[in-house]
Design a binder for this molecule. Structure first.
Ligand code: 9MR
Length: 376
């Protein structure tokens, strides 16, 4: 029965792609497919990560799809400290400003990412020795960057990935120099610098029980200090065939119980071999034919597995549409996904809803069909 459902979805997809009803074929899939942001408009926002070329307007094919499909966007790299604050007294706001005007023009709200993260720090910050100087960098970074985008971005990921898998604090330069109070302080400063902006804690694997408990401890610490935190981002870097649906559901329930919005901020589903789940960018593996099994095309069986998993996820998101405020995909299409280069460089990966030609995959249609089924 399930098999038949997916064949129907794929058939509908193929029909829409041909634009057969108009009696002629078109090469632009964007004109003839449903729009995720419209389909889910009464449920949650739909976002995408944008890379530098896309933000600079150098990728017209991506632009057409982005404007049609998404109402929120996260800069994949250009607002990270390494790029936006390269030297002690120098800030590089140009790409971020470009993103803000792109968003204004196309009614796409910006989820700024990210103020405080141990990774992609500028060299000067990594070299700071004294705790006092480091604190000054921390304060100036948050107040200057969040202040610059005050009233211009919808949200900030204030602190990113501060936790270990067992829920303890990651031994980052922020923890070493400032102690765990840095998390609360970051939210306090961001709220002061950008009062109207939603403020989130963001992490991967924070749907897993131990890390979730650590995340809840952090959130309660921020709240107990009387400091504002509006939501928690579960990144959602999962594996096809192993999506932890029960843990995700439990996390939505527990985070919502703290009065927070829940969002899925970096969704993609790995289809290639890997023996760990998550997004720790320091983990690397070697390439080999066995590690890169689909260099030319994704086999139909995996395509369908991906479609089923995306459908189950969206069914869950819809069940909790009162609590889930946004679902953001980490990239526009498969060819642009960071998973082509991590944790194994040079692989051909297929984790998103749109293929390398910007065409919708069966997973796209399964997501649309999930909404249609829930509405019936
Ligand atoms: O997708 C980003 C990739 O282009 C960068 O090389 C990488 C560097 O650390 O960061 C990626 O984005 C990460 C995000 O900022 C935080 N969560 C994990 C994401 C995937 O690594």
């Amino acid at each position: 029965m399930k098999q038949i459902n997916y064949l129907v979805i794929v058939f509908i997809g193929a029909t829409l792609l041909c634009n057969c009803s108009a009696g002629k074929k078109t090469t632009s899939p964007a004109a003839s497919i449903p729009s995720l942001k419209d389909v889910f408009k009464n449920d949650f926002a739909i976002g995408t990560a944008l890379n530098t070329a896309q933000i600079e307007g150098k990728d017209p094919k991506a632009a057409a799809l982005v404007e049609q499909q998404f109402n929120m966007a996260t800069p994949e790299n250009i607002m990270k400290a390494e790029v936006i604050h390269p030297e002690w007294n120098r800030y590089n706001f140009e790409p971020g400003d470009q993103l803000v005007s792109y968003g204004e023009k196309n009614k796409i709200r910006i989820n700024a990412h990210t103020l405080i993260w141990h990774s992609q720090l500028p060299a000067f910050a990594r070299q700071i020795q004294s705790a006092d100087s480091f604190r000054l960098f921390f304060q100036q970074h948050i107040s200057t960057v969040a202040g610059h985008y005050r009233g211009k971005v919808f949200s900030w990921d204030v602190v990113n990935e501060a936790l270990n898998e067992d829920g303890t604090m990651r031994k980052s330069v922020f923890l070493n120099k400032l102690g765990e109070g840095f998390v609360t302080e970051a939210f306090r400063m961001a709220a002061a610098a950008s009062p109207g902006t939603e403020l989130y804690y963001n992490d991967y694997n924070n749907e897993q029980p131990a890390k979730r408990a650590g995340c809840i401890r952090l959130i309660k610490m921020i709240q107990a200090a009387g400091v504002r935190i509006d939501g928690v981002g579960i990144q959602g870097h999962w594996h096809a065939g192993k999506v932890p649906l029960q843990d995700i559901e439990q996390s939505i329930i527990e985070y919502s119980a703290l009065g927070l919005k829940v969002m899925f901020t970096e969704l993609d589903l790995e289809v290639l071999p890997r023996d760990f789940q998550g997004a720790d960018v320091s983990q690397q593996m070697k390439n080999s034919p066995a590690m890169n099994p689909y260099p030319n095309a994704l086999p139909d069986s995996v395509q369908q597995l991906l479609a089923r998993d995306y459908s189950s996820l969206f069914k869950l998101f819809l069940k909790y549409r009162e609590n889930v405020t946004r679902v953001t995909f980490w990239g526009v299409n498969d060819g642009q996904s960071w998973l082509n280069g991590w944790p194994v460089p040079g692989r051909t990966n297929y984790p998103l809803l749109f293929d390398r030609e910007f065409k919708p995959k069966p997973a796209f249609y399964s997501v649309i069909a999930t909404k249609q089924a829930s509405a019936n």
